[in-house]
Design a protein around this ligand. Structure first.
Ligand code: SAM
Length: 253
């Protein structure tokens, strides 16, 4: 069960374009996350990074290009996206299939030392609150003292009345950058399903999603902060925001 280099390249490039619809200023957000990680690992040899919900390796590839000495373990539940990552971004990371937030999900990581930084983009909102809190606790245990969780995701404002404003600001930005000119999430998956090269991977994907396990939680940065502090992180701060798109940094004491 594999995919050719050419097909993986095409599907990953299409993924990159469709994801711009969902993460305002996505490329800048990746860059900010890499800035934070660079700051945290300065002076450390062979830092260990964890990419949570890596999809086809988008964030891992950017981090690997910036931080050449880093070892990256990239985790996702989706065998199809993981295979695209393993083929198109083969050298960026070690890719691991696991369902984040379920019992024992970290066993598959085989991390041999404490993690310097856990990162994630547009993924942790898939977790319902109990799984999210549990994941934050697990990450606090995996990180070294001073290590960070850097999460770029949608964080609607705690004050619901402001939600329309942040959504509008994001939409306007997307229009100015032509982010909506490309196919959306559904069209990408529908088109991929027609590619005979991906047929076996779709079968594998159906088997995984039949196991279920995912909820959905869109929480404010304030609520994430509360959960992170409860989970054992010492400090939490947003470092970047555009509309609802935000990068939240949590530091282990
Ligand atoms: C919108 S995609 C983002 C992928 C990538 N981080 C990016 O920025 O392009 C969300 C990813 O999270 C993964 N995901 C969602 N819930 C997960 C879970 N509980 N365990 C592992 N992966 C999960 C999905 O399979 C998908 O690859």
């Amino acid at each position: 069960m594999g995919v050719s280099m050419a097909a993986a390249k095409d599907w990953v490039e299409r993924w990159e374009r469709q994801q711009q619809r969902y993460a305002v200023d996505r490329e800048e957000r990746f860059t900010v996350i890499a800035d934070v990680v660079e700051h945290v690992v300065t002076g450390r040899s062979r830092p260990l990074l964890l990419d949570l919900g890596c999809g086809p390796g988008s964030l891992s590839a950017r981090l690997a290009a910036r931080l050449r000495d880093a070892e990256i373990i990239a985790v996702d539940m989706d065998p199809l996206l993981l295979e695209l990552a393993r083929t198109h971004h083969a050298d960026a990371a070690r890719y691991v299939e696991a369902l984040i937030g379920t019992d024992g999900w970290t066993d598959a990581l085989e991390a041999d030392r404490p993690v310097d930084a856990a990162v994630s983009t547009t993924a942790l909102h898939y977790l319902a609150e109990p799984a999210l809190l549990d994941t934050y606790r697990t990450l606090a245990g995996l990180l070294r003292p001073g290590g960070v969780l850097v999460n770029g995701d949608h964080f609607p404002p705690a004050d619901g009345a402001c939600g329309g404003v942040t959504a509008h600001v994001g939409r306007r930005r997307a229009e100015r950058t032509d982010a909506h000119a490309t196919e959306d999430w559904q069209s990408w998956w529908a088109a991929a399903a027609q590619d005979p090269e991906l047929a076996d991977l779709f079968d594998a994907r159906r088997r995984v999603s039949a196991c279920g396990g995912n909820g959905s939680g869109h929480f404010s940065a304030a609520h994430h902060t509360e959960l992170l502090l409860r989970a054992g992180f010492a400090h939490v701060a947003p470092v970047w925001q555009y509309g609802d798109s935000c990068v939240l940094v949590a530091v282990k004491g």
